[in-house]
Write a protein that binds this ligand. Structure first.
Ligand code: A2R
Length: 311
């Protein structure tokens, strides 16, 4: 089995390369010219804004499964750079879909990575959210991912393309950028322990409830969906148990080796924040036998360990 990961230089890409390689697959991975892929596999430079390059690469590699990960993946950045976010996440995705058609690989399974953020402004009583729940994106990143999915769905239905649509809920683990909450808290703790800053944690909205899964579980879900997901179907990928951000904070602070004070930082508050996002994950369990295995506490401990080594 030969897999191609488009956009593999990011946080998830390295883990997905390891997961697919460990399962005995031949892995090809793309990265932007200014990026590197640090996990052994066949690498290719690719900017998804250039559709002809996508077509040429697909003809060269002839993968059995394509994973489309390339994205502007940060909600926070999407508020500051809405045009860039839409260009990469929507036009870039269309370029990938068109590239697949143009290369004659339209029957090749493509796993399109979207986000749990797509559900957006939901009523708390609709949680856990199943895949039929209407989407009301609450931020620009989420809107672009919803758009990627609805356009992908049109390609799948109109051209018979073998596409799987993932709505991945929050995932975290060692190596994630500190723009994301678990990594942010763990980095601040590691910095405080190392004496690089005063004993104060700066935090945003602590009451929002989110569903966190370890990245190592998430890439296992992607591999399984690449094999046994059903054509044209949408799958939530998450733990199925949302927790308040305050729980993450308390858990992380309880692992600190020093006393820490907590202060609210207005700069970490979002222009619009949704009180709870929690998925129903029965579809992926039923079709692919997947459920999260790694505890949230383990993910926090491992992420803290990563930052302790790094700072
Ligand atoms: O933005 P950069 O320089 O970090 O590069 C990101 C890359 N990327 C692109 N690749 C090809 N052509 C482009 N025009 C382009 N623009 C950005 O996609 C980065 O290396 C990769 C995405 O990795 P991360 O931002 O670290 O996201 P992560 O956590 O690996 O998530 C993977 C997927 C994304 O679709 C997320 O929206 C979803 O999972 O949660």
């Amino acid at each position: 089995m030969r897999s191609l990961i488009i956009g593999a230089a990011g946080f998830v890409g390295g883990y997905l390369i390891r997961e697919l390689s460990a399962a005995g697959q031949e892995v090809h991975a793309t990265h932007l010219p200014n990026e590197t892929v640090n996990v052994p596999c066949s690498t290719h430079v690719l900017d998804i804004m250039v559709q002809d390059d996508i077509t040429a690469l697909l003809k060269e590699v002839e993968p059995d499964v394509i994973y489309h990960l390339a994205a502007q993946s940060s909600v926070a950045v999407s508020w500051k750079k809405p045009q860039l976010t839409a260009q990469v996440n929507v036009i870039g995705a269309i370029n990938v879909f068109e590239g697949i058609r143009a290369s004659g690989l339209d029957k090749v399974r493509t796993v399109v990575i979207g986000s749990g953020e797509q559900y957006g402004f939901i009523r708390p009583d609709t949680c856990p959210l199943d895949e039929d729940e209407p989407l009301h994106p609450g931020n620009i990143y989420a809107a672009t991912k919803a758009c990627q999915e609805s356009i992908g769905m049109i390609y799948s239905r109109s051209y018979g393309m073998d596409m799987i649509f993932v709505r991945a809920f929050n995932h975290s683990g060692p190596g994630q950028s500190d723009m994301f909450v678990i990594s942010d808290f763990c980095r601040q703790i590691a910095d405080i322990e190392a004496g690089n800053r005063e004993n104060v944690m700066r935090v945003g909205n602590l009451s929002a409830k989110r569903d966190f899964t370890d990245v190592r579980d998430v890439v296992r879900a992607y591999r399984l969906l690449g094999g046994s997901g059903k054509k044209g179907k949408v799958y939530n990928v998450g733990r199925g148990k949302a927790v308040p951000i305050s729980y993450i904070l308390e858990t992380a602070v309880s692992m600190a080796k020093t006393d820490i004070r907590v202060e609210t930082d207005p700069a970490k508050m979002r222009a619009s924040d949704i009180p709870i996002i929690e998925p129903d994950v029965s579809e992926i369990f039923n079709d692919a036998g997947w459920e999260a295995r790694i505890t949230l506490e383990q993910t926090i401990a491992d992420t803290l360990g990563y930052w302790r080594d790094k700072v």
